[in-house]
Design a protein around this ligand. Structure first.
Ligand code: FO1
Length: 317
């Protein structure tokens, strides 16, 4: 059996772009995309899964590329009404996006698992590739501040990352098992590569690694693990995440990313703006590719996907 199945681990925005590139160059049977659910939360009675939705919208061609999250050509009538009714308006839910949260929430209330409802909704949007939550159990990222632990979206959106961060923790990680499809992908005989998409290692990939048994399963697999660095020019492409990591004493550099993944990592893809990092990284025994990692359009996404797959010697036709 040729080892050609690819397991991609993804967070939201940046990760979703590479996930879409992988889906453009691999047939559905050769790709499983496992998505961080640490950013998920309950809001206005709805179960909101920002990273699953970012990946879903990117694969369905529905994503708003300007804003970076949510649906393109969005309208905001429901949000305006909620505000007029005195309800919370700190987390912006577009009208079309709201349809996704309503469908997910009511199906889950009917007893469907997050995995089942994700499979249902992605299929309905015409996506043939598997988009899989890391776990069906809630494992929620929280950020420590002087006022106590804040749920991720409270910290990130409501507080705009203003409070000084003192720690990151994953509430509910004890007993959070991998979803069935994630466990199946990890155990596949034909698994040929694991691709860590350009998502934040501490906030978007660590929650996936915190799911029970996942790190050990990845360590036990003797297939190449290729990560695409989320850094461009030595910093995060977007948002105040570099501030958060600085406060936590986490260096924002490709060397820090490589050290963070440690023995799991076989190959790191870094941006050409950071070409000067390659020598030091290679000196640690790591294999490194220097290429353009900024994905502005479908061509960029597919090209980077092919670069990642060729690092694992996976053919893409
Ligand atoms: N990010 C914001 O900065 N402000 C918002 O109001 C906001 C709303 C939102 C709604 C649905 C959704 O799927 C994502 C949304 N995001 C918003 C993005 C989200 O907070 C983060 O990008 C991810 O959690 C980080 O990966």
């Amino acid at each position: 059996m040729s080892a050609k199945h690819v397991l991609a681990l993804s967070g939201g925005v940046g990760g979703a772009k590479l996930a879409a590139g992988l889906a453009a160059v691999l047939p559905p049977e050769d790709l499983t995309i496992v998505v961080n659910t640490g950013d998920d939360f309950e809001h206005l009675g709805l179960t909101i899964c920002p990273d699953i939705d970012s990946v879903t919208y990117a694969l369905a061609g529905l994503n708003d590329t300007q804003r970076g999250w949510g649906v393109k050509d969005e309208t905001w009538q429901a949000m305006a009404m909620l505000k007029a009714l005195g309800e919370a308006d700190w987390f912006n839910l577009g009208d079309r996006d709201m349809g996704m949260h309503i469908a997910r929430s009511w199906r889950m209330r009917e007893g469907e698992s997050l995995s089942a409802v994700t499979a249902r909704l992605t299929r309905e949007l015409g996506i043939a590739h598997a988009i899989v939550p890391m776990s069906d159990a809630p494992l929620r990222t929280q950020v420590g501040t002087a006022e106590g632990w804040l749920d991720f979206q409270r910290y990130f959106v409501a507080e705009q990352c203003r409070p000084v961060a003192t720690g990151i923790r994953f509430a509910g990680k004890a007993g959070a098992k991998p979803s069935a499809e994630f466990a199946r992908a990890l155990a596949r005989d034909d698994l040929g590569a694991i691709v860590v998409c350009p998502s934040n290692p501490y906030l978007s990939v660590d929650p996936i690694l915190a799911v029970e048994g996942v790190r050990a399963a990845l360590e036990a697999r003797k297939v190449p693990l290729i990560a695409v660095s989320p850094l461009v020019g030595g910093t995060a492409l977007k948002g105040p995440l570099a501030k958060l990591l600085g406060e936590l004493g986490q260096p924002v550099s490709n060397r820090a990313i490589a050290d963070h993944y440690g023995d799991l990592l076989d190959h790191l893809i870094i941006d050409e703006a950071d070409a000067a990092d390659a020598g030091d990284l290679r000196g640690t025994g790591l294999s490194v590719t220097v290429t353009g990692t900024v994905m502005c359009d479908a061509g960029d996404r597919e090209r980077l996907a092919r670069v990642a797959l060729s690092a694992a010697r996976i053919e893409t036709g």
